[in-house]
Design a protein around this ligand. Structure first.
Ligand SMILES: O=C(O)CCC(=O)C(=O)O
Length: 254
């Protein structure tokens, strides 16, 4: 299903806030996932309501409707990887699964540099996203870039709320950090980023769509803060209690 991460990969992630995982998923399985992704993405709404919609299209919660994506998101090796990468956590829950598409030819623009965590209603920031390339993603198709070590600077503010509110405009000093190299990903390679890591992606300069599957995992012991967030607002979660709800399943790492 998915291979285990190595000690070296865990150490690299702790240091830099991101890591590349070559060959996380094998070619046969990735071909199946790609075929299914194309079907789901064809059905998605193409409305461009938000600044995020201008950067990439989404098919959220795909693992709730597709067994193949569900099997991967729940694979013990994925839970184990997330638990090991997020130092000090006892286990993880899924926050969201998603299919992302970045269309070529100006269909979508660049993904502005941002952190994922500032939106979240969790009381702790141990959270990461595994971003799996479903087809080859050369750097100029829009593979993610990361500011090394930016996960150590805490919550830097929300992006995608107004034009020009990306992290580099809000905090020009971030450019003093090293930017990760452009990555040429093969289908089945993944990158992982911490929810506090400043990351973004260039526009897709190729003639094929950029296709990826993401799973975001967070500390299973995190408590709900009640911060307004569309995904959680109507779930009846109790403030200061764990996310014990079918929307946030714990992934066994056994
Ligand atoms: O795929 C992209 O361009 C952005 C994805 C992203 O920001 C994320 O998965 O956290």
């Amino acid at each position: 299903m998915a291979r285990d991460v190595t000690e070296h990969e865990v150490a690299f992630f702790n240091e830099n806030g991101w890591v590349r995982l070559p060959g996380l998923v094998g070619p046969g399985e990735v071909a199946t996932l790609r075929e299914r992704a194309e079907g789901h993405l064809a059905e998605r709404s193409r409305a461009r309501k938000t600044l995020v919609d201008q950067a990439f299209g989404q098919s959220r919660d795909v693992a709730e409707v597709d067994d193949a994506f569900r099997a991967l998101a729940f694979a013990p090796s994925m839970g184990r990887a997330a638990t090991r990468l997020l130092r000090g956590v006892r286990g993880v829950r899924i926050q969201v699964t998603n299919l992302l598409i970045k269309e070529p030819g100006g269909g979508h623009g660049a993904t502005e540099f941002h952190q994922d965590f500032p939106w979240m209603p969790m009381d702790r920031s141990a959270m990461l996203t595994i971003w799996l390339a479903l087809a080859d993603v050369p750097a100029d198709m829009g593979a993610l870039r990361f500011y090394n070590g930016s996960h150590r600077f805490g919550i830097l503010g929300r992006s995608f709320t107004r034009d020009g509110d990306d992290q580099l405009s809000q905090h020009p000093w971030i450019k003093e950090l090293e930017l990760s190299p452009p990555l040429d990903l093969a289908a089945g390679d993944a990158t992982v980023h911490h929810a506090l890591t400043v990351h973004g992606a260039p526009a897709n300069r190729r003639d094929q769509a950029r296709l990826s599957f993401t799973v975001t995992y967070f500390d299973a012991d995190a408590l709900y803060t009640g911060t307004p967030y569309r995904q959680t607002d109507d779930l009846g979660l109790a403030v200061n209690q764990p996310f014990d709800h079918p929307k946030f399943p714990v992934v066994a790492d056994a």
